[in-house]
Design a protein around this ligand. Structure first.
Ligand SMILES: Cc1ncc(COP(=O)(O)O)c(C=O)c1O
Length: 494
């Protein structure tokens, strides 16, 4: 006989925010407040016809019945408390501008002008924009590039230890884990060591909102002792686009500072639809996440095995990632290596989209990356495997292999003339990319995806960084932060 559910489990079936929204919508009160479409009555007919009328009845604003995100005392407070319990935080916050605003808040709430923050270079640009808000000084360290797997790995304990030991008196450490490819930094060793050295540990866990809910997945940030983490609930589990969560532990972090910083950064008109999706996604994960993720893991692992049988295509396993020195890997990410076909990831991504109607998460010179989630079904994975098989047969290993050295990310210099904030507020000019070596960047420039920053405001520009940018642009990567034809870079005026 099954044991009766504990009170904690019972509680996680509750969705206080969503319930209050439905109840208010069903009360059909007359609205003389925002939003101006008044429960959809004023919305464009085309929009209403496509999505149906009900969604507009829960597009609400801050009202007594549904609480306030800026100053929660009712159902939003309850919903955030349930999220904190489910995720193992002391305090959780709903975010309506994605993990981007969570990164801004983590950095700005814990660091300020004069502080030094150790940052793993494989960070999202929002970590850097957080530095522009905070005024802190970054010290970057870089994960290694694995020539066999043909991608940038995540942080090992040794690399982080070296950076921590070389920079005493720093205030915080910021790690991104898992990375886009599901590779995990060795946080079980890194976090206790950083704490021992007096650092606050911040984690961008954009790609890990599901980890807590299935023991077959890598350990999550809060379980391993991170002080704060931010998760893109919308990327991997059931949140709607832009809906993320920020989680904090008390002790090293001042919760009032976090609350105040989020008040500064978040809108006073948050979307209740996004917030409801967070309430429901948390309930779904807490009550049936394990089962849903078991199916997801099985789908991903079976697809990986099938893809591996295709001549010229591979998808590395958790065991292979561990051999490369990684602490763990989220197996729901399928990194599909296509370079043996003599095709780039960009070409295969384009073929999958235009010929087979399959859209992948991202492509790089050697791979396409597929996110398998609780929304996928067996048929979707079968279709992917079949399409890859056809591409492999048609191509027949005829293409030219890309020379690895052209696309091997450079070791960046980490030489800062000023802080990112100072560079951002300096007088700047746009100059030809060929004249930038030795100048100080005033713009974040990333190769997208995955968006790892090549140029950071305040940092001296190196020849290696420019060569890499030009190589990647030539291969069809999207470069974010330059002008439209990738010829001009914003730098601080000399
Ligand atoms: C590691 C990482 N952090 C943060 C972000 C930003 O997240 P969001 O799109 O939810 O704002 C991304 C987006 O791709 C990301 O990959």
């Amino acid at each position: 006989m099954n044991s009766p559910p504990s009170r904690l489990e019972d509680e996680q079936f509750r969705t206080p925010l969503f319930d209050a929204m439905v109840s208010l919508a069903e009360s059909h009160k007359v609205s003389f407040h925002t939003p101006g479409h008044k429960s959809g009555k004023g919305i464009s007919t085309r929009f209403r016809k496509f999505v149906g009328p009900r969604i507009f009845s829960i597009d609400l604003t801050t009202l007594d019945e549904v609480d306030s995100l800026q100053n929660p005392t009712g159902v939003i407070k309850e919903a955030q408390e349930l999220a904190a319990k489910a995720c193992g935080a002391d305090r959780s916050y709903f975010l309506v501008n994605g993990t981007t605003v969570g990164n801004h808040a983590m950095v700005a709430a814990t660091t300020g002008p004069g502080d030094r923050v150790l940052i793993a270079r494989n960070c999202h640009r929002s970590v850097l924009t957080g530095l522009i808000v905070s005024g802190a000084h970054p010290i970057f360290f870089q994960p290694a590039f694995d020539r066999d797997l043909k991608l940038t790995l995540n942080m090992t304990f040794e690399t982080v230890k070296q950076a921590v030991d070389a920079n005493p008196n720093s205030r915080a450490l910021l790690i991104t884990s898992p990375n886009y490819y599901g590779l995990c930094a060795d946080i079980e060793k890194i976090i206790p060591y950083a704490h021992e050295k007096g650092l606050i540990v911040l984690m961008d866990e954009a790609h890990g909102p599901h980890l807590k809910f299935n023991p077959k997945l890598p350990k999550c940030a809060l379980e391993t002792g991170a002080d704060m983490c931010v998760q893109s609930t919308h990327k991997i589990v059931g949140g709607m686009t832009q809906a993320s969560m920020l989680h904090a532990k008390t002790g090293r972090v001042n919760i009032d500072d976090v609350t105040n910083t989020l008040k500064l950064l978040q809108t006073t008109s948050p979307s209740y639809i996004l917030m409801a999706s967070l309430d429901l996604a948390r309930m779904q994960m807490a009550t049936e996440g394990k089962k849903l993720l078991n199916r997801t893991i099985k789908l991903a692992e079976e697809a990986r095995a099938e893809i591996d049988k295709i001549t010229g295509i591979t998808s590395f396993s958790k065991e292979r990632a561990k051999q490369a020195g990684m602490a763990d890997m989220d197996v729901t990410k399928l990194t599909i290596t296509v370079s043996e076909l003599g095709l780039s990831g960009y070409t295969v991504s384009h073929m999958l989209n235009t010929r087979f109607g399959i859209q992948v998460e991202m492509a790089d010179p050697f791979h396409v990356l597929v996110i398998v989630s609780i929304g996928d079904r067996q048929d979707d994975l079968n279709r992917l495997v079949e399409a890859l098989r056809m591409i492999a047969v048609e191509t027949g290993l005829q293409g030219t292999l890309l020379p690895l050295d052209r696309v091997h990310p450079p070791q960046l210099m980490n030489r800062f003339a000023m802080t990112p904030r100072e560079a951002f507020y300096s007088d700047t000019e746009m100059i030809s990319i060929n004249q930038t070596i030795g100048r100080v960047a005033a713009e974040i420039v990333t190769v997208y995806p995955p968006g790892i920053p090549l140029l950071v405001p305040g940092e001296e520009i190196s020849k290696d960084a420019i060569d890499y940018l030009q190589n990647m642009a030539g291969l069809g990567a999207i470069i974010d932060g330059l002008n439209e034809n990738n010829s001009l870079v914003r730098v601080v005026k000399a």
